[in-house]
Design a protein around this ligand. Structure first.
Ligand SMILES: Nc1ncnc2c1ncn2[C@@H]1O[C@H](COP(=O)(O)OP(=O)(O)O)[C@@H](O)[C@H]1O
Ligand SMILES: CC(C)(COP(=O)(O)O)[C@@H](O)C(=O)NCCC(=O)O
Ligand SMILES: [K+]
Length: 244
């Protein structure tokens, strides 16, 4: 039994896995890390490994306290991954993107794959059928768009996510919802269309905190799996153990 922990820039997500089965999922804030992990381990005392991917501000030292109880693995660029990294700056590629690429390679063998993670940022990652990680794109996520409109202007209010009534927003709030939500949806559909021009066939995996909201609004039909990063963490860890 393993406990996987994904430390993003907004929230921490965790899940306990028995083989490929997620037994329970958890979401919490950075300041609750130690307390929450204690609680999870109390509930699942059979966890033998704690596996972490962090792009947030939390480093390996935060997990030292658990090392006398279970095996702690904090993923880094030094680990073995199931793909060939063709990024021009492989050492700066986000560990979350490497884990997503690892999971996509292992779960969908011998095909082109596009992974879209709609989290704090939207990340696009493309792994071709020969398991070459080619790269992708990084853009602001949904909440980041609402927050930056507010933070970098004098007159725009901070709004929370709401589906716009219309493309033609007839008030400040409706104009912001239209711009943020429609811009977000058009961007992703637009990217998918561009990839389709370049690669005839690929599967699309959509994940991240906004995946569910997004999936039903896209022109392209995509199956959303909010748990894909944690599943990938568990699978990439197993791959690492088998190939070290
Ligand atoms: N309770 C919540 N707190 C913060 N963001 C949330 C929440 N529920 C949904 N979201 C959405 O999730 C996105 C962040 O996704 P997430 O996958 O948690 O990010 P990260 O992995 O970067 O920490 C935000 O854009 C926001 O719209
Ligand atoms: C792009 C990211 C900030 C996304 O983080 P997230 O939205 O998952 O919190 C993260 O993958 C990162 O810090 N990447 C480093 C730069 C790169 O991947 O090229
Ligand atoms: K992301």
């Amino acid at each position: 039994m393993i406990l996987t922990v994904d430390i993003g820039n907004t929230r921490i997500k965790a899940a306990v896995f028995e083989g490929n089965n997620a037994l329970e999922n958890f979401v919490f804030e950075k300041n609750e890390l130690e307390k929450k992990i204690e609680k999870i381990l109390k509930k699942f005392p059979d966890c033998s490994d704690l596996v972490v991917a962090s792009v947030g501000s939390i480093e390996k030292q935060a997990f030292l306290t658990f090392e006398n109880r279970l095996k702690v693995h904090f993923f880094t660029h030094e680990d073995v991954f199931p793909f060939h990294n063709k990024y021009a700056t492989p050492k700066t590629l986000g560990i979350d993107r490497m884990i997503l690429a690892g999971g996509a390679t292992l779960q969908f063998p011998k095909q082109n794959r596009l992974v879209i993670d709609a989290g704090t940022c939207i990340t696009y990652d493309f792994i071709d059928e020969n398991d070459n990680y080619l790269g992708g794109a990084i853009s602001p996520g949904l909440r980041l768009r609402y927050e930056s409109l507010h933070n970098f202007t004098a007159r725009l209010p901070l709004l929370t996510l709401e589906a716009p009534d219309n493309y033609v927003g007839n008030s400040t709030p409706q104009a912001i919802h239209s711009g943020v939500v429609n811009g977000f949806v058009y961007e992703i559909d637009g990217f998918i269309d561009e990839y389709r021009k370049q690669f005839s066939n690929f599967i699309i995996i959509l994940t991240g905190g906004d995946a569910e909201f997004l999936a039903k609004r896209l022109k392209n039909t995509i199956f959303a799996n909010s748990n894909f990063l944690l599943e990938s963490l568990s699978q990439t860890y197993q791959y690492k153990i088998d190939n070290d």
